[in-house]
Design a protein around this ligand. Sequence first.
Ligand code: ZN
Length: 260
Amino acid sequence: MVTGESGYFACAANFLRGRKCIFCGSFRVLHTARGYVKCQHCGKSKSLAKLRREIEILKGFYQLQPAYRLAQDLGVDTKVTTRVYRRLREALFHVTELEGGKLKGEIELDEAYFGGRRKGKRGRGAAGKSIVFGLLEREGRVYTRVVTYLTAEELMRHIQAHTRKGSVYYTDAFRGYQSLRRYGKHHIIHHQRAFVGRGRNHINGIEGFWSYAKHVLYHYRGVSRYHFPMYLKEIEYRFNHRRENLFKRFLKLYFGYVSP
Ligand SMILES: [Zn+2]
């Protein structure tokens, strides 16, 4: 474990000791004879052993440990870690869709391909892969969407739904973006030309996000196409909150704890 992480996990100390209520943050907590902690403020109770185990599993989730390996490390059934992971992922999926308003200002747009077994086939239209459309506000959030086809209509629909009209857009030379100039200012980056990446004419932000997503997916090894959209939203959430204490956010989301 990295030393810097102890500070990250310090927020869980009072919960682990059974001094603070995981649901509401109150310190008015009683210990029952059956090993439960009962909150006098919100009235909820929970087995302390179970609470400790779930917090351990959330640490593993934060550290990108695959559920099966974490289960081995903790000496529990894979079902136990998988259940906690799934519940948090579902929460992240919904929260990420609800977060924030429309992106604005300088926005980078790009598409990427994920998964699929065939290696040789690359570029647009690669078979068996998930196509992801990504929109990134510089110095701000990223928004991603799994799309079926990369048509101009579909791209424009997402751009209109998730960005403010009149924004400044940076894209590559893909034809799907040709009607963008009617919606805002459009800068096209020609990758093959010299001086790419100088000044403001680049899409390094969204490309950084793709690298980050591939890094996370590498840890999870083998995400099915069916589950991919949920993993993608998890990655989006992690990226958008990367400067905050993610573990603390996971705790709050998982237990529904909403205290300052
Ligand atoms: Zn409480």
